[in-house]
Structures are given as C-alpha cells and as structure tokens.
Design a protein around this ligand. Structure first.
Ligand code: B12
Ligand code: SF4
Length: 449
C-alpha cells in the first residue's frame, strides 16, 4: 500500500518548539517498509508548512493510508489533520501515547479515524494494514477500531526491530538547543521503566525495562555518524542509566571504536556516581537531564519519585566534577505546596548549580496515576512551552502559580551565566534562532510582569 506518515504543521508557525525527529513514525515506517509497503514521512512541523499547504499535499498525493501520531497535548493537531485528510485518504490511522492512554474514547475526539494502535507499533502496524486491505474480520491485537473489541498485543522484541527509517526524514533540519555540536539525531536504546512516578505516562512501553545490547546501540551510533553526519545524539530512553554495567559497556564500545560523537541522556539522581560519569564524559556524554522535580521532600513523596531531596546535590556535584552539563526537570506548585515551597524549589535549582532547568507545572495526563487521583484545578501558561496553556493540578491560585513559573524561568535564565551557556550551545548546535527566541521570549515575559 502507499502509506504517508505525517507530523502535521505547528499550531502557530511562530511557536517555539524543539525540532526533534518523529522517532515513533520512523520506527513504524521501517517496519512497514520491511513488510513491502511504499512509505513516505512528511514532517510538516519541522518544514514550517502551513495548514493550507498540508491540505494541498494530501489532496495531491491521496495516500491509501495516512498514519498520524499523537501525544495528548497535541492530539487536537492530529484531529485537525485527520479532518482535513478525510476526503483525500482511503484509511486514516493513529498511534502514539494519546490513543494508547485514552483507548476507544479517541474515536469520539476524532471520528475521522478508521483505526488506532495501542502501544508500540512495529509489529502491529503491518498487521493493521493487512486487515485494512482485507476489509473484513476482527482487527489484529493492538488495534482499536470502532465497533470492535480490543485485544492487547505483546511488545515487539526491541533487539530485532528494524532501525528507524531516518532516510525518510529531513535529518538536516533537526536541532537541539543544548546540543554541543551540529548534526542532531535522537535514539532509543531501551524501552519501559520500572518506577512509578505518578505524573508519568508509561502506557506505550510499560514497566518492563527492555534494553538493547551495547554493540547494537553503538552500531546505530556509528551509522548516524557515517550516513547522516550526526555530531550529537540525544538518547531519549526513559532510563538510560538504569543498568550501570550496560552504560559502561556502551561507553567502552564507543571508545574502542574511536567514534567521534557527543551525546545527552536522561538519568535519575540515584543512578549515577563519579567513576561512571567520568567514563561517560570520555565517551562523549556532554549533558545529562535529571528528573529532580522538586526541592520539597513531601512533593517527591506525593509524586512517588522514590528519591530524596539530598540525592540531587550529590548527583549534580558529581556531574559537574566529571565535566558534564546538567539539566534539571522541575515541577512547581504540586498539591500541598505553598508559595514559599515553590520559591524553595526555585532556589534549590540555583543551589545545586544546574546548568539548565526546565520548569513545568503538574499536569495530569491520561494514562498517568495522577489522572485517576486528582482533577485539574486551573490552567497555567508556561512561557516557553510549545503548547502553552496546561490544565494544572495545584492547590495554589493558578494565576499566582503562573507568575511563579514565569519568575522561575526569568530569574534562572536571565543571568549572565545561563545566557552565556545558552549562547555558547546555540552557536555550537546551529540553533541560534531557537536560542535567540528563548531569550527574547523570556525578556518579553519579564518586561510584561
Ligand atoms: C522525545 C519526547 C518529546 C519531544 C518530542 C517528541 C516528538 N515525537 O516529537 C519533546 C521534547 C518536544 C517532548 C515534549 C513533550 N512531551 Co514528550 N516525550 C518524548 C519521549 C521522551 C520520547 C518519545 C520517543 O521518541 N519515543 C520513542 C518512540 C519509539 O515511541 P513513540 O513515539 O511512543 O512511538 C511508538 C508508539 O507510540 C507507536 N506509534 C507512535 N506513533 C504512531 C503512528 C502510527 C501510525 C502507528 C501505527 C504507531 C505509532 O509506535 C511507535 C514505535 O513503537 C517520550 C517518552 C517515551 N519514552 O516515549 C515523552 C512523552 C511522549 N512526552 C510526554 C509529554 C507529557 C510531553 C510534554 C507535555 C512535556 C511537558 N511537560 O511539556 C511536552 C509536550 C509537547 C508538545 N508539543 O506540547 C508524554 C506523553 C503523555 C501523553 N499521554 O501524551 C511522554 C510519553 C512522557 C511520559 N512518560 O509521560 N516530548
Ligand atoms: S518519570 Fe522517569 S523514572 Fe519516573 S516512571 Fe517515568 S520514566 Fe520512570
């Protein structure tokens, strides 16, 4: 079949957002190609396409199958794309965290869909296309279809699935502001996470941690360097550092092959130590993003983070000592937090000397334990977030929390140190536009307050 996998245009063309490759679509594309389908990926968001141009493209190409992906905050964009595509595409299918979390309810939100995939799509997508072309019988496991019962599909074996079809992506257009070099790609070397943080949606990959072998990981890195001129890779695994021995093997293999690559990964503050960090630095690690979340222990307990406040300072000190930059993910204003508690967390980010911080409020996404536990109590606007207004769970007045959030961003970044670091990394990564837009956006927010 002729398949078009598409990331729709942005909500607002001037919106600041990370230009990260749609890795899920690229994985699905590779498995559909293996099954003999003709696949194209259109990343209209990163190409800066308007919605009119996107619709024209659909009308001209008239794909047999249009495949879309959705996270909850951008599910409305997938819905808009499906509406526009309905007269032109024979079948419209959706995958990603949103349909996985909301299941059959997705057909009320997007009645134009013919089917949706729950969970990881590599094994399910070819079976779904076979079912669509047959046109009868029950849908295969892993597929939601209106009027049919749903049966779960097993996870694919990540040691055997095909590498993402990056040759279908405009690889030269992707950027990451905090990259230390131009030529950017993302990778996933493990899936699933055994922890239980209440704000985290693990519906796609679940709790069973499944990891690829070190040699296989470094083969993919090597291919990125050779075939796509990649200089910096962002490992988007939920828990890259979960098994220390595997991280050691990956680093040693990078060093053994003399690969000239720099990278970032995500980690937990209880999962690193200085000798490991030093080895990671030698193997090219330049930034680690930690889920610090809060400087208040009661919030960490509420979020079931399973770490203590005191673990963050030591992890950040060790990261600095190893010569690696640190990024802290922070949640402000969780239930039980007062204005003073929020301010303590903002100070905490300076005390631990994080190089970068990403401040958010607590959002209850479908698919998270939080969603069942709390109702959102108001909307808070995040100054630098791509999709800015978020239904937030908090006991604070949402307006007050919005101001605190804005203060957190501006007070942290509008200082000589972070501005210098941003300018340095934006230049090195070729993301000067993004860096400039971030600083300008923050400046405008400070001016407005
Ligand atoms: C990279 C990433 C981002 C990137 C961009 C992602 C992108 N695709 O463009 C950035 C940094 C921009 C981002 C931002 C945010 N993210 Co994010 N992100 C991730 C992360 C870490 C990795 C995504 C990835 O590449 N996964 C690997 C691929 C292989 O998996 P996948 O995309 O799910 O695709 C598989 C299946 O879903 C399915 N599939 C997907 N699409 C399709 C399409 C078809 C047709 C088919 C058949 C199958 C299929 O098959 C794929 C292969 O198995 C995930 C966590 C995770 N481990 O997945 C969170 C995650 C997706 N993000 C999440 C969230 C909440 C956010 C933010 C709201 C965070 C914030 N506080 O602001 C923002 C919102 C963005 C926005 N625009 O508003 C949640 C989504 C929850 C939900 N219910 O939607 C996740 C799951 C994190 C979590 N555990 O809670 N994110
Ligand atoms: S936030 Fe990180 S550690 Fe917590 S459950 Fe999600 S992926 Fe796992």
């Amino acid at each position: 079949m002729d398949v078009l996998l598409a990331r729709p245009p942005k909500r607002d063309p001037n919106q600041m957002s990370l230009a990260v490759p749609p890795l899920g679509l690229a994985y699905v594309a590779a498995s559909l190609q293996q099954a003999g389908h003709r696949v194209r990926i259109l990343d209209a968001a990163v190409q800066g396409w308007s919605w009119e141009r996107f619709e024209r493209e659909l009308a001209q190409t008239r794909p047999e199958v249009l495949g879309l992906s959705a996270m909850t905050p951008v599910a409305d964009l997938a819905g808009r794309a499906a509406r526009l595509a309905r007269p032109h595409a024979q079948h419209i299918i959706l995958g990603g965290p949103h349909p996985t979390a909301v299941r059959q309810a997705v057909f009320q939100e997007m009645p134009e869909l013919d089917a949706a995939v729950v969970g990881e799509g590599e094994d399910v997508a070819p079976k779904l296309l076979a079912w669509l072309s047959r046109g009868d019988g029950a849908p295969p496991p892993g597929v939601l279809a209106p009027g049919h019962d749903f049966v779960d599909a097993p996870d694919p074996d990540i040691a055997r699935i095909a590498l993402p079809a990056r040759s279908l992506l405009p690889m030269g257009r992707y950027r990451y502001l905090f990259a230390t070099r131009p030529g950017f790609a993302t990778m996933i070397t493990s899936r699933g996470c055994p922890f239980h943080c209440t704000f985290c949606d693990k519906s796609v990959s679940g709790s069973r941690w499944r990891a690829r072998e070190a040699g296989d990981v470094v083969d993919e890195l090597e291919a990125l360097v050779r075939h796509h001129n990649v200089g910096f890779v962002n490992f988007y695994d939920d828990n890259f550092t979960l098994r220390r021995s595997r991280v050691v093997q990956i680093c040693e293999e990078i060093l053994r092959r003399g690969l000239d690559i720099e990278w970032k990964c995500e980690g937990r503050v209880d999962g690193v130590d200085l000798p490991l960090l030093r080895l990671m630095r030698r193997a090219g690690c330049r930034t680690i993003a930690y889920g610090v979340e809060s400087g208040n222990q009661s919030t960490l307990d509420l979020l079931r983070k399973d770490v203590t406040v005191s673990q963050a300072p030591s992890a950040f000190a060790a990261t600095r000592a190893a010569g690696i930059r640190s990024l802290a993910y922070i949640i402000l204003g969780a239930p039980g937090e007062s204005v003073a508690d929020v301010r303590r967390t903002i100070r905490f980010c300076r005390d631990i000397r994080a190089d970068y911080v990403q401040f958010s409020t607590l959002v209850a996404m479908p698919g998270t334990p939080l969603f069942a536990q709390f109702e959102s109590s108001g909307s808070v606007t995040n100054p630098v977030d791509a999709d800015q207004v978020r239904a937030t769970v908090t006991e604070l007045d949402p307006h007050t929390l919005g101001r605190l959030l804005r203060d957190a961003w501006t007070q942290f970044y509008l200082r000589p140190g972070p501005i210098w670091r941003l300018a340095r990394d934006a230049r090195a990564s070729g993301s000067i536009d993004e860096g400039f837009r971030l600083v300008r956006g923050l400046g405008q927010w400070m001016w407005a307050s």
